[in-house]
Design a protein around this ligand. Structure first.
Ligand SMILES: Cc1cc2nc3c(=O)[nH]c(=O)nc-3n(C[C@H](O)[C@H](O)[C@H](O)COP(=O)(O)O)c2cc1C
Length: 349
C-alpha cells in the first residue's frame, strides 16, 4: 500500500466514524455540530485527516478559472461562517448563502430531515441567515483564496412586488466581494419566491440586475458575473422562456437546479411527507431532465452549473454529459463526505 492509498483509507474511516456519530443526532444539530467540528479540525491544522488528495482540473466559465469543476452548493454555509474550513476540503468553488438584506430566523424547527434509506434530505429552512452584511464581513476576514459565489435572496416579509429591491440591495453589497453572484429565485420555502421565474417577472428582475451590473462594473472597474438558480419544478414552456430571457439579456450562467416540491421515491418513507424541498438521490432524474431541456434551449450561448442528486462520480458525469460546465453538491456531500469531490474529479476526463 502506498502512502496515498493509506492516507485515503485513513480519511475515509475517519469520515465514516464522524458521520456515524453525527447521524445519531437530528439533522439540524448534526449539521451545526459537523460544521463546528470541521472548524475545530481546521484550527488545529488537522483537516487533512478528512481531506482526500484532490487533483487540479482547471476549467473556465464566465471568465473565471475554477481549479476544478466541483462546487459546494448554496445552503451549507449560509452566513460564510465556515469559509476557511470548507475551502480546505478541495472544492473548486464555494457558493455561500442564501443571504437576504436583513437577518431573519427562518422557519420554526424542526425544518431539516434526513431520509437516509433514499440518500435524500427534505428542508424547509426558509432562508435562516444573518444578513448580507455579516456574510460580507466573513468573506473579508477569510484566508481562503479560492472562488466564492454569493447567493442572494429576498426577506420573507418583503412583498413579492418589491423583490427586485431586495436583490438589488444584496447585489450591490456582494459585488466587490464575490467572484460571481447567484440569484436564487427557486427556493420552495419562501412564499411566492418561485413566481419570480415567470417570464414577465424574470425579465424585469434580470434587466434590473444587468443594469446594476453595468453601473458597478464602471464604478469598481471589475466585471462580476451573475447566474440565476432555477427550480426543477418548471414546465417545458417555462424552461423555454427562461432560456430565451437568459440569451436575450446575456445572463452569465444558470444553476439547475434547486430542490423539488415533488416526493418521487420518498413518499412512503419516514419524513417523506414533510413539507419543504427534497434533495439528494431522488432529485437526480428530475433535475437532469430540466438541465437537458435548458441546455437545448440555451444553444450553447449561456453556460450551466448542474446540481441536484449527485451522489457518485457517475452522477456528476451524467450532468457533464448533459452539457453542464460545472457541478455542485450538497446532499451527496452530507452522505459521502469530501471523498465525493475526489471521486467526481477522478471520473471527469
Ligand atoms: C438543508 C439545505 C439548505 C439549502 N439551502 C439553500 C439555500 O439557502 N439557497 C439555495 O440556493 N439552495 C439551497 N439548497 C439547495 C442546494 O443548494 C441544492 O440546489 C439542492 O440541494 C440540490 O442538490 P443536492 O441534491 O446535491 O442536495 C439547500 C439544500 C439543503 C439540503
Amino acid at each position: 500500500m502506498d502512502l496515498n492509498t493509506r492516507s485515503n483509507g485513513n480519511y475515509r474511516s475517519m469520515y465514516k466514524l464522524i458521520q456515524k456519530l453525527l447521524f445519531l443526532l437530528n439533522a439540524e444539530p448534526a449539521h451545526n455540530l459537523g460544521l463546528f467540528g470541521l472548524k475545530i479540525l481546521a484550527k488545529l491544522g488537522l483537516i487533512r485527516l478528512i481531506t482526500p488528495k484532490i487533483q487540479d482540473k482547471p476549467i473556465d466559465m464566465m471568465g473565471i478559472r475554477f481549479p476544478n469543476p466541483v462546487g459546494l452548493a448554496a445552503g451549507m454555509d449560509k452566513n460564510g461562517d465556515y469559509i476557511d474550513c470548507l475551502g480546505a476540503l478541495g472544492f473548486g468553488f464555494l457558493e455561500l448563502g442564501t443571504v437576504t438584506p436583513r437577518p431573519q430566523p427562518g422557519n420554526p424547527k424542526p425544518r431539516l430531515f434526513r431520509i437516509k434509506q433514499a440518500q435524500a434530505i427534505i428542508n424547509r429552512m426558509g432562508f435562516n441567515n444573518k444578513g448580507i452584511d455579516h456574510l460580507v464581513e466573513q468573506v473579508k476576514k477569510s484566508r481562503y483564496n479560492g472562488i466564492i459565489g454569493i447567493n442572494i435572496g429576498k426577506n420573507f416579509d418583503t412583498p413579492i412586488d418589491n423583490a427586485v429591491d431586495d436583490y438589488l440591495f444584496c447585489f450591490r453589497k456582494a459585488y466587490q466581494f464575490a467572484d460571481y453572484i447567484a440569484v436564487n429565485i427557486s427556493s420552495p420555502n419562501t412564499k411566492n419566491l418561485r413566481a419570480l421565474q415567470a417570464e414577465d417577472q424574470l425579465e424585469k428582475l434580470v434587466k434590473s440586475l444587468k443594469n446594476e451590473q453595468k453601473n458597478l462594473r464602471t464604478k469598481f472597474g471589475r466585471y462580476v458575473p451573475f447566474v440565476v438558480k432555477i427550480a426543477p419544478d418548471v414546465t417545458d414552456a417555462e424552461i423555454k422562456a427562461i432560456a430565451r430571457i437568459a440569451k436575450n439579456n446575456a445572463i452569465d450562467g444558470i444553476i439547475a437546479t434547486n430542490t423539488t416540491i415533488l416526493r418521487h421515491g420518498v413518499s412512503e418513507l419516514k419524513y417523506g411527507q414533510e413539507v419543504g424541498g427534497l434533495s439528494g438521490k431522488p432529485l437526480k432524474n428530475l433535475s437532469e431532465d430540466v438541465l437537458k431541456k435548458l441546455i437545448l434551449g440555451l444553444q450553447g450561448k449561456v453556460p450551466v452549473i448542474g446540481v441536484g442528486g449527485i451522489i457518485s462520480g457517475h452522477d456528476a458525469i451524467d450532468k457533464f454529459d448533459a452539457g453542464a460546465v460545472l457541478v455542485q453538491i450538497y446532499s451527496g456531500f452530507v452522505y459521502r463526505g469530501p471523498k465525493l469531490i475526489q471521486e467526481i474529479i477522478m471520473h471527469r476526463k
